[in-house]
Design a protein around this ligand. Structure first.
Ligand code: CUA
Length: 310
């Protein structure tokens, strides 16, 4: 499209293409309806102008077929748009199994990111073109919002829980990363850049950072350092659930509920262990509130994820 129509930010992800198609389709549908209404208005203005010879003595009172049509047809169109939008939206939260996990901690006023090989970034985010990325995000103070206009994604980042979103970049380049939730004095400065790279360049970049242990091995070290392994291992004297392959599996709880373990479940179990006690176990685990940072929790979560099937 020419520059006259460049009203939207660059479109650089699969979701951006989907939402732009949806957006322009809705503009077209509503535009056609507006055009039809104005056409009828103009026709009636001319036909029923003062002094015209148009028939106006006996107005029709009932036309069931017409009424049924104007109720049914718009209803079906709007329901179709709703289904289309809902499907598109739900795909933001259903990442493909091979999506690259990246852990994000927001704080006043910066974005901190951890890649699974241990490479960390602040206010910069490198991703490979054409590969799905899944973000697991939390905040260590107030509510922030991860906003990438070029990807058409915006997700609140909330203290006390994990939120996720996924995207697949489609065009190499640099794009804005913004915070879209007013989070204090320097909210407007809480921005960074997303760098979308060719896959080979991305792998090179990923390996070129300062040598750090991978996120899973750092998580395993923390798992021992915080004493988790003292109870959660096969040899331990204290009886605690084995955590290998936990994420993605079904967990039966002492109060009869069943849930599917995800990152939030692991995080909650560290900070509020009495909330979801596993059936057959006593609620003896202490809470780690105030003793562990969000970044360390993310490392442990990733270590537990890594013990399952890839
Ligand atoms: Cu963080 Cu606004």
């Amino acid at each position: 499209m020419g520059s006259f129509f460049d009203w939207l930010p660059p479109s650089a992800s699969e979701s951006a293409q989907r939402f732009d198609t949806l957006f322009w389709s809705m503009v077209a549908i509503t535009g056609l309806v507006a055009l039809a209404i104005f056409t009828v208005m103009v026709v009636f203005l001319v036909r029923y102008r003062s002094g015209s010879g148009a028939e106006r003595g006996v107005p029709p009172t009932r036309n069931i077929a017409l009424e049924a049509a104007w109720i049914t047809i718009p209803l079906l169109i709007f329901l179709a748009v709703c289904a289309w939008a809902a499907h598109s939206y739900s795909r933001l939260y259903r990442a493909p199994a091979d999506a690259l996990p990246v852990y994000v901690v927001a704080k006043q006023w910066m974005w901190k990111l951890q890649h699974t090989n241990g490479r960390r970034e602040i206010d910069e985010f490198h991703v490979p073109v054409g590969h799905a990325v899944r973000l697991v995000m939390t905040s260590q103070d107030v509510i922030h919002s991860f906003f990438v206009p070029a990807f058409r994604i915006k997700q609140d980042v909330v203290p006390g829980r994990y939120t996720t979103i996924s995207f697949t970049p489609t065009v190499e380049g640099e794009y804005h990363l913004l915070c879209a939730e007013y989070c204090g004095t320097e909210h407007a400065m809480m921005k960074g850049r997303i760098v979308v790279m060719a896959p080979a360049a991305f792998s090179h970049w990923l390996e070129a950072g300062p040598l750090e242990p991978g996120l899973a091995s750092r998580g395993f070290a923390l798992f021992r350092q915080y004493g988790c392994s003292g109870c959660h291992s096969a040899q331990s004297a204290v009886h605690a659930p084995d955590l290998d392959g936990l994420i993605g599996s079904e967990v039966h709880l002492a109060d009869g509920r069943t849930l599917r373990a995800d990152e939030t479940y692991v995080r909650d179990s560290i900070l509020a262990p009495a909330k979801d006690v596993v059936a057959g176990y006593s609620p003896i685990m202490p809470s780690f509130v105030g003793q562990i940072t969000e970044e360390d929790i993310e490392a442990i979560v990733h270590y537990i994820r890594s013990t399952g099937r890839p």
